[in-house]
Design a protein around this ligand. Sequence first.
Ligand code: ZN
Length: 366
Amino acid sequence: MQKKYIWTVITLSACITMVHVMPVLAGKIIGHASASANANYNNTVQTVSTNFDFLSSEMYTYQKMESDIELLKQRYEGVTSDSIGTTTDGRNLYRIVIGNKDAKKKILVVGAIHAREYITTPLVMRQIKEMLDKRADGDKSLDEICIEYVPMVNPDGVAISQSGINGLNKEESKKKLQEIIDSWSEWGLKENQDKYNWFLNKWKNNLNGVDINHNFPTQGWPNRADSRKRPCNEFYKGASAGSESETQYLITLVNNENFDAVLNYHTQGQIIYWSNQHASADVLAKDRAMADIVAAHTGYKLVAPEADGSKYGTGFKDWLDWEKGIPNVTVEVGIGTSPVPETQIESIWQQNTGVLPDIVKYILGK
Ligand SMILES: [Zn+2]
């Protein structure tokens, strides 16, 4: 029985991998484009899907994001993209920029710092399209603001959560992951296929086994509790503050761009982290104002300040509030356990439609 089960798992993951290497084909099979979106499609370019994969309820991979970024640039004016850094396994942390690049106001939207929370990537991608569609309908907000998006901060971790060890590109990456798996043999990962699958599917960290959102160099880092103390699929805060390249790429981006506000998406729980006990009164007031905007659209609950864990906080939010003085909110979308089912993307989108346009209005003082 055990042997048969293992083969089933291998066959399944092979199918998933095939879909990953054929995003174009997959995109053509799934029909989601509206008539108006098709009207702008450039027929001479054959390299990307004809539909936005972020509009589907399929598992959203790094490859689908790459295809969709190209499609956004084809369909809309003034969309640029680059990479703010490359991961250990050779993936890009893509940045998409829209709006007025010379504007005085600038905001950042990020998703998938935590690998298994990858449903936040199509959410952020939908927010790009939302702003561009509003502009096409006559909204002038993008004349006065620049919006930067990093929809997948942790693409190596996403690959592990979605496809396991075979989701990785390099042999040395697979070896690195195998070493982490082997180091937790006390959990019975070798003997029990279900536990092994759980360990990888629940992957939250980067390929080094570090939780990027526990790795930011706040004053609290030395005292931050660490329930793992060595590379693992979740929670490990790293060997030193800011040790991880993904952490450093976000730090460099924020230091270069001097954002007025940051919107940071995680799963799950339908709650909003907004406060930080080390933030100034001014930053805290702006955190709260943005949280109220998110709550008004989504119905999500605000986490009480006494429960926000900010005393020794080492997350992106803590660093922004405490060390940078940049107003921000962390929004936990979806319900159940991560990775939340792909089918939740529609309800998540219904809740979060209009959030970013209203955050933009708030930052512009309108
Ligand atoms: Zn998270």
